[in-house]
Design a protein. Structure first.
Length: 478
């Protein structure tokens, strides 16, 4: 958390917002020196847009500040002071920074900074094999390193600053290198004895040898957790020490992540293992799949690391899991209605025939779809609008058969009053045909259907766009 004393470990950041009022002003609070993006605290700003932030750190770290959707990065060193601003100018928001290593700080903020490094994978371009891919990646790395080396040679940044940038760039590009074999790995079912290419496995292992994820210096990089997850996955499934039978047994018991955390405790120092576990809990709970396993994992972590600074950030992530598990045991409400003989329905037209005479707002979703579940926050205002206009809602899940239980649990958790059906393969094929976008479907997806079962609007507004949706509904004839 932010503090307001001053000593040799205090970083002081004076800032100002110019030209706009941010919907949020937050910073990432480094845990054990690792700047995990989920561990954020709010920053209070004054009416003139100024703010003061003081953070206690024991070693250099990256402090990320968010002003609405804008991001500013500071490679901060203990005892130093920095001045920053977010300035809206000509329709663009600029992040300005002054202080130690100013030229290097500005250059660092110009680098690509995706939430996940794997998002850069598609921008590298096609590569037939890992060798060609690594050439492209290393070329990008060399271009960036040369720019910082130039600043160092000109005396515009310190050797300490340069070294920290190199730690981060090494971690970033090691993660990017690991993405190539990881993508190939996701297409192989190791537990069903499908073989991963031996040469590619050696090349992937060499990435970890060249830059060990277990090196505590890598905690400095915001990319460490993503890189380390690749590493743990590699050790679990592809290394000489892999125990696939035990892994399969854990998966059947719903203890996949319990085993992952146990392995991380063997691989990493206590501080790194704590950081890995905390980051994993936050990241996976953020997916809102509400696996029961997380309750027990959090309780163990809370006992093992009772002084962990991550605990306050994890509590609001785990509490909904406990609430979900509680509601999963309850009965469906009378307003939750399932379409009869769902297995026989192969088209949207057949489904609408079951609801003939009703005006319907269709919500196509899935349990794995994060944006779908975000829209459920606006369910109450949606229900009020639909009821006032004589509409009912039909929730169509495109989950597979193995998600049947979770699908029904989420209906109860999100209190989704209305009609429900989980679409089979032929029904999903029909939805894809209607969606008509290169043989794919993007969700959440919403439609408006009239009383005769005819599609009036196949691109209806989301619940979060309630005013637009109301205008669209007014266009539906009574």
């Amino acid at each position: 958390m932010a503090t307001y004393g001053t000593d040799n470990n205090t970083v002081t950041i004076k800032g100002k917002i110019v030209g706009f009022i941010p919907t949020r002003l937050q910073y990432v609070n480094p845990i054990n020196g690792f700047p995990f993006p989920g561990f954020r605290d709010s920053i209070v700003f004054n009416t003139d847009g100024t703010f003061l932030l003081q953070v206690q750190i024991e070693q250099p770290t990256v402090i990320t500040i968010y002003a609405s959707s804008n991001t500013g990065l500071i490679i901060a060193e203990p005892g130093e002071s920095y001045s920053v601003s977010f300035e809206l100018k000509d329709g663009k928001t600029l992040f300005n920074i002054s202080g130690p290593n100013e030229a290097g700080q500005k250059l660092y903020n110009e680098l690509p900074s995706p939430y996940l490094v794997q998002m850069e994978f598609g921008r590298i371009g096609e590569a037939e094999n890992f060798s060609l891919y690594s050439e492209k990646v290393n070329l990008r790395k060399d271009e960036q390193v040369k720019k910082f080396q130039n600043l160092l040679n000109r005396g515009l940044i310190t050797k300490t600053f340069f070294n920290q940038v190199m730690i981060d760039r090494n971690c970033y590009f090691s993660t990017l290198l690991s993405t190539f074999p990881f993508v190939k790995y996701t297409k192989v079912d190791i537990l069903r004895n499908e073989k991963f290419p031996e040469e590619l496995k050696k090349q992937w292992g060499k990435v970890f040898e060249d830059n060990p994820p277990t090196d505590p210096r890598n905690l400095f990089s915001p990319r460490w957790f993503e890189y380390t997850r690749y590493y743990v996955e590699f050790i679990q499934y592809l290394s000489d020490t892999s125990d696939l039978k035990s892994l399969e047994k854990s998966l059947r018991k719903g203890l996949q992540y319990t085993g992952e955390i146990a392995l991380s405790e063997k691989l990493f120092s206590k501080k790194m293992a704590e950081t890995y576990a905390a980051s994993l809990i936050y990241e996976r709970c953020l997916q809102k799949k509400f696996e029961k396993e997380w309750i027990a994992i959090f309780e163990k972590i809370n006992v093992k690391y009772p002084q962990s600074m991550a605990i306050p950030y994890l509590i609001p992530m785990v509490n909904p899991v406990a609430e979900y598990q509680k509601l999963a045991k309850t009965n469906f409400s009378n307003q939750m209605k399932f379409i009869d003989n769902a297995d026989e329905i192969k088209t949207l037209e057949e489904c609408m025939a079951k609801l003939k005479g009703k005006k319907i707002y269709v919500d196509v979703w899935a349990t794995w779809c994060g944006p779908c579940k975000v829209e459920f926050k606006y369910k109450d205002s949606l229900d009020i609008l639909l009821k006032s206009k004589g509409f009912e809602v039909l929730y169509i899940s495109i989950d597979k058969q193995d998600k049947e239980v979770q699908w029904k649990e989420m209906i109860k958790f999100y209190k989704l009053d209305g009609h429900h059906i989980r679409a089979g393969k032929e029904f999903q094929d029909d939805l894809i045909r209607i969606f008509n976008k290169n043989g794919t479907i993007a969700i959440p997806w919403y439609l408006l259907i009239d009383e005769q079962g005819k599609i009036i609007n196949k691109d209806a507004a989301r619940p979060s766009e309630i005013e637009t949706l109301e205008k669209q509904i007014k266009m539906v004839k009574n």
